[in-house]
Design a binder for this molecule. Structure first.
Ligand code: AMP
Length: 565
């Protein structure tokens, strides 16, 4: 087992095995078996397509087997970590399967992450390799990877999707290795490390085992109605748990469904792909749903084959859900409340429109346990709002190498404290009412306030900084920084952005508004009153909105979220 991994205790593991939600297979064995079956039944069926190429299930197995052999030849072995920072491309999937086959553990880093985040991940995960596309969205990822390798010699190998100086083009090797699934492995060991949004402090690593990941992907695939006729459009960055395993790519591979990758989240691009590929399922965040609704009527026909739009990552407002149903009457709206730590809730496809439009669903597995609790940990009365705690066959029992955080984030009996405020309806569905974690949810991307504050405070003109969420009609929330200046200091938003870029922070985390204040409001124990700052910016924005409403430009309906990152 991976050192420092906190597995689900044996008694619970045995219960999950007896219940049938866990099986004794690795991801490589399960995907290998499924892909062989689908290749035999439908040799011409596409397993994965991206903007450049498509591969069948048989080709997926063969390519993954070659990559597995390449990784082994380079000395990568079971338990070794590989930072994966790839765009939505076929190579992501083949590398994932190859890693699962040899027992290497991908650390799922977004392509948008930059030096600061990657260095932190390297310190924490001690990877031997990093996988990147040489240039993506104008950024030279290989140059950064070489710099990271220079600073951290244990990071020996740069894997690239195309030939690049200092990298190994991992798809180009000719010799195939043993079949996918043949090497075996421990189903209860870590298969992947996901990134948490960070409830406090810096993001944590989330160790997911083969058994728990398969269990969740299968349960989600069943709830979303995946089958071999499903054509899934994945536009959210696939390193996120929602497009990767809830049910996402993994659920699609297990179900024999076709996965169509998009590198763009622009609604017009999605419409064109949906039309060309006869897409049936689209997982997305509310901002994408809104931009789809913003398409001109003549462009909506592209979604004619779409059956299910699953919206999660952020609260979907009821009017948006109802508008989706009205504008696309053939479409079922499915809400999902999910977290990389494990619990996934979905509204069910056979439930009423009211449930789908007003709740965020219920757990996908009958073995998921949830509690809604007060601050003191006692359960609230039925229907009251409280913090959501969860435990179950796919929910971790601890972050990787984060003993202090684990003491705060998990109860003694293994429940994960989500930091989300919810209430439960009589039908068992959850409604998200807010959160108690210090986070900004920008269009579904989670940003840890503390992480940004630590970078802002490093600016010489700043004496105190607090970062809060400010409301945004399209992204739900954006980052607003409140700053108290050092004597004689001055700072503009542009200067702050330059400073954060120099510190190597991903762009999507940059504050989009700066408020300079004379006094930081503090509680009597010296903590910054964030709720007060949040109210201040909400009031200011509302006043500006009223004043500027007449002259304001029309909201952009059709934007690409990832480009903004
Ligand atoms: P992540 O692990 O990055 O997917 O983030 C998980 C968190 O996203 C949850 O704990 C919630 O705070 C938030 N979240 C996910 N889905 C929803 C939803 N449907 N409504 C409200 N918040 C959500």
């Amino acid at each position: 087992m991976l050192e420092d991994y906190i597995p689900i205790p044996t008694a619970d593991a045995e219960r999950y095995l007896r219940a049938g939600c866990w099986r004794r297979q690795t991801l490589a064995q399960a995907i290998g078996d499924a892909a062989r079956r689908h290749a035999a039944e439908r040799p011409d069926a596409i397993a994965i397509r991206d903007a450049r190429r498509a591969i069948s299930f048989a080709a997926l197995l063969e390519e993954s087997s070659r990559i597995a052999a390449t990784l082994e030849r380079r000395g990568i072995k079971r338990g070794d970590r590989i930072i994966v920072q790839l765009p939505n491309r076929v190579e992501f999937a083949t590398l994932l399967v190859a890693c699962a086959e040899i027992g290497a553990i991908p650390v799922m880093a977004l392509p948008a992450l930059r030096q600061a985040e990657l260095e932190y991940l390297i310190t924490l995960a001690k990877p031997v390799a990093i996988a990147v596309a040489p240039t993506y969205r104008g950024f030279d990822h290989v140059a950064l990877a070489r710099e990271l390798r220079r600073r951290a010699p244990e990071l020996r190998i740069i894997l690239t999707t195309e030939p690049a100086e200092g990298g190994i083009d991992f798809g180009s090797v000719a010799e195939p290795g043993p079949p996918i699934g043949s090497r075996g492995g421990d189903p209860f060991d870590v298969s992947i490390l996901l990134l948490s949004g960070g409830t406090t402090g810096l993001p944590k690593l989330i160790p997911r085992s083969h058994a728990d990941y398969l269990c969740s992907a299968e349960a989600c695939a069943a709830v979303c109605g995946f089958n071999p006729a499903t054509r899934l459009l994945l536009a959210l960055p696939v390193e996120h748990h929602f497009p990767l395993g809830a049910p996402g790519l993994v659920g699609a591979l297990l179900s024999g469904a076709a996965t169509i990758f998009s590198e763009s989240t622009n609604a017009s691009d999605l419409m064109r792909v949906a039309d060309a590929e006869q897409i049936t399922h689209l997982p997305c965040v509310p901002a994408i749903a809104l931009s789809i609704l913003g398409l001109a009527e003549r462009d909506r026909h592209g979604f004619a084959t779409l059956r299910v739009i699953s919206v999660g990552g952020q609260r979907l407002q009821e009017p948006t859900a109802r508008a989706l149903r009205r504008v696309f009457p053939h479409l079922q709206v499915q809400q999902v409340l999910g977290m990389s730590e494990g619990l996934i809730c979905y509204t069910r496809l056979d439930e009423s429109d009211d449930v789908a439009c007003t709740t965020q669903g219920r757990p996908v597995s009958p073995d998921d346990e949830i509690r809604v609790v007060r601050a003191d940990g006692t359960e609230v009365a039925a229907g009251e709002t409280g913090e959501l705690w969860c435990r179950g066959p796919s929910t971790i029992r601890g972050y990787y190498r984060a003993a202090d955080a684990n003491r705060a984030a998990f109860t003694a009996d293994g429940f994960y404290r989500t930091g989300d405020l919810v209430r439960q309806t009589p039908s068992g569905n959850l409604i998200v009412e807010g959160r108690i974690k210090d986070q900004i949810n920008r269009g579904g991307e989670k940003i840890s306030a503390e992480e940004i504050e630590s970078h802002i405070i490093a600016h010489p003109a700043v004496s105190a900084a607090a970062v809060v969420a400010m409301p945004d009609p399209r992204l739900g929330e954006k980052v607003c920084a409140f700053v108290k200046l050092a004597p004689g200091g001055s700072l503009s938003l542009e200067e702050l952005s330059v400073h954060l870029a120099q510190r190597g922070l991903a762009r999507f985390k940059f504050p989009e508004r700066l408020e300079v204040i004379d006094v930081m409001p503090l509680t009597n124990v010296g903590k910054i009153k964030k709720a007060e700052l949040k109210r201040t910016i909400e009031i200011r924005l509302a006043a500006e909105h009223t004043k500027g409403a007449a002259s304001a430009p029309a909201p952009r309906a059709n934007v690409d979220l990832a480009e903004e990152n």
